[in-house]
Design a protein around this ligand. Structure first.
Ligand SMILES: Cc1cc2nc3c(=O)[nH]c(=O)nc-3n(C[C@H](O)[C@H](O)[C@H](O)COP(=O)(O)OP(=O)(O)OC[C@H]3O[C@@H](n4cnc5c(N)ncnc54)[C@H](O)[C@@H]3O)c2cc1C
Length: 416
């Protein structure tokens, strides 16, 4: 126990990976300190309450079948609100519903008669579902990689299904419009959707890091403390303060903190989520809306008030996500999105609330893994890395990387 007491461990970043690192360290008797640049926990996973509106920083969901989320989160206390397993597809101004009738019978009629995909596609969707149910995550992440688009074509999905469903749906998940993301990620996400639900805590996505923080009892936090650099075991903050440490875990993109060669610089994908208030919902059920027009700026929409929320706003709230690259500044972007909502989705009378312009939303990586290797996270025997950018952009990956970093840190400390 003396070793645990006497070892000063610092975690840089209070995002999901940093919080899980702290949790696993605490479970093993350590009391780390988390140094966080912003004024709160969560990193990319935050919820604002603005004039009674509950607004997540970007549209994101928890997939209930994520193994790491099942291990570290208490779903009951999160009061998870489930999305229906389907989507409303907007094409040329017309809306149609597509879903999984095996999981929600209300989709039966609309899916059978949907002209957005062919009969053969409907069979292939089920075939893929069952084959991925029987495929382990290990097998998925050791598969040969190709782009998701190439994978879907090779699987035999029609152009119709790819254009009307897969491209808008997975653009919203991968945050890139070409479906260039590795087929491993496609299989992983598809499997997770097939084995659970997309859900949001009643208090918003920010409830996830809050729950993790509440589990920490001996971890200390230092907020508003951006780390400028690390030299050996010395941490220098932006304000000039020097902190002595014994072991450091960098739970964020380290390129600003330690000197990397240019080949090691991480690339990031960005997106924008705009929130609007409106008097009525055009989609009554908790279903995502996908805009399948190739030229549209809007990729997906969701009425956040279609799910039960803790903060009950007087009006309905619509979130709109833009993934496509453009040069519009805020005012013009809002104008264009309002125009598209009316023309493509027949949604009128919306009032703009807020824009979240997220520059480092998801890591852009050619090759994706489930968990990073020790070699990938090791800087030296007293500094290691954590964060989703090491393996794949997901809450599951952020949690697993935090767990792995904590276990690796303990191994190194024990060996000294
Ligand atoms: C718009 C959007 C949609 C998403 N959709 C989904 C989804 O639907 N499902 C899903 O599973 N995942 C989704 N994700 C991904 C998920 O949010 C991330 O994988 C996860 O939050 C990453 O956590 P992290 O701890 O690795 O990094 P981060 O959350 O980025 O945490 C890093 C922390 O380090 C801090 N920090 C940075 N630099 C310093 C410094 N110099 N000094 C001190 N502190 C510093 C930051 O302030 C931050 O708090 C989405 C992300 C976004 C942005």
């Amino acid at each position: 126990m003396t070793k645990q007491k006497n070892t000063k461990i610092h975690i840089i970043g209070a995002g999901i990976s940093g919080l899980i690192t702290a949790l696993v360290l605490e479970e093993n008797g350590y009391s780390p300190t988390i140094i966080e640049a912003s004024n709160t926990v969560g990193g990319r996973v935050k919820t604002d309450i603005i004039n009674g509106y509950q607004l997540d920083h970007g549209f994101q969901v928890l997939l209930t079948s994520y193994p790491a989320a099942q291990k570290y989160l208490d779903y009951t206390t999160l009061e998870l609100q489930k999305f229906l397993p389907g989507a409303v597809i907007y094409k040329d101004g017309k809306a149609s519903k597509l879903g999984d009738p095996l999981r929600d019978i209300s989709f039966l009629i609309s899916t059978i008669f949907s002209d957005k995909v062919t009969i053969s596609d409907k069979l292939k969707i089920n075939e893929l579902n069952s084959s991925l149910k029987n495929k382990s995550l290990e097998a998925i992440f050791s598969e040969k990689e190709q782009s998701t688009l190439a994978y879907l074509k090779a699987y035999g999905f029609s152009k119709k299904a790819i254009d009307n469903f897969f491209i808008p749906f997975f653009t919203g998940i991968f945050l890139e419009t070409e479906l260039a993301t590795s087929s491993r990620m496609f299989e992983f996400v598809y499997k997770m959707f097939g084995e659970g639900y997309a859900a949001l805590p009643k208090n918003g996505i920010g409830e996830i890091p809050k729950q993790l923080t509440n589990k920490l009892t001996t971890t200390k936090f230092r907020f508003n403390s951006a780390v400028k650099s690390i030299h050996d075991t010395t941490i220098q903050l932006e304000n000039g303060e020097i902190i002595d440490s014994n072991f450091i875990i960098i739970a964020t993109d380290p390129s600003q903190i330690i000197n990397f060669s240019s080949t090691k610089k991480n690339k990031w994908k960005n997106c924008q989520t705009l929130y609007f208030e409106t008097t009525r919902r055009q989609i009554q059920q908790p279903l995502i809306g996908l805009v399948a027009n190739e030229s549209s700026l809007i990729n997906n929409i969701f009425y956040t008030t279609a799910l039960e929320t803790q903060n009950i706003s007087k009006k309905e709230v619509l979130s709109v996500t833009v993934v496509k690259k453009h040069n519009l500044h805020e005012k013009l972007l809002v104008k264009e999105v309002i125009k598209e909502l009316e023309e493509l989705c027949q949604i009128k009378d919306v009032k703009f609330l807020k824009l979240y312009d997220i520059q480092k939303a998801l890591p852009e990586k050619e090759s994706l893994t489930y968990i990073p290797t020790e070699k990938e996270i090791k800087i030296n025997d007293h500094t290691i890395l954590a964060g989703d950018y090491l393996s794949n952009g997901s809450l599951n990956a952020a949690m697993l990387s935090g767990e792995f970093a904590a276990k690796t840190a303990i191994k190194y400390i024990d060996s000294k």
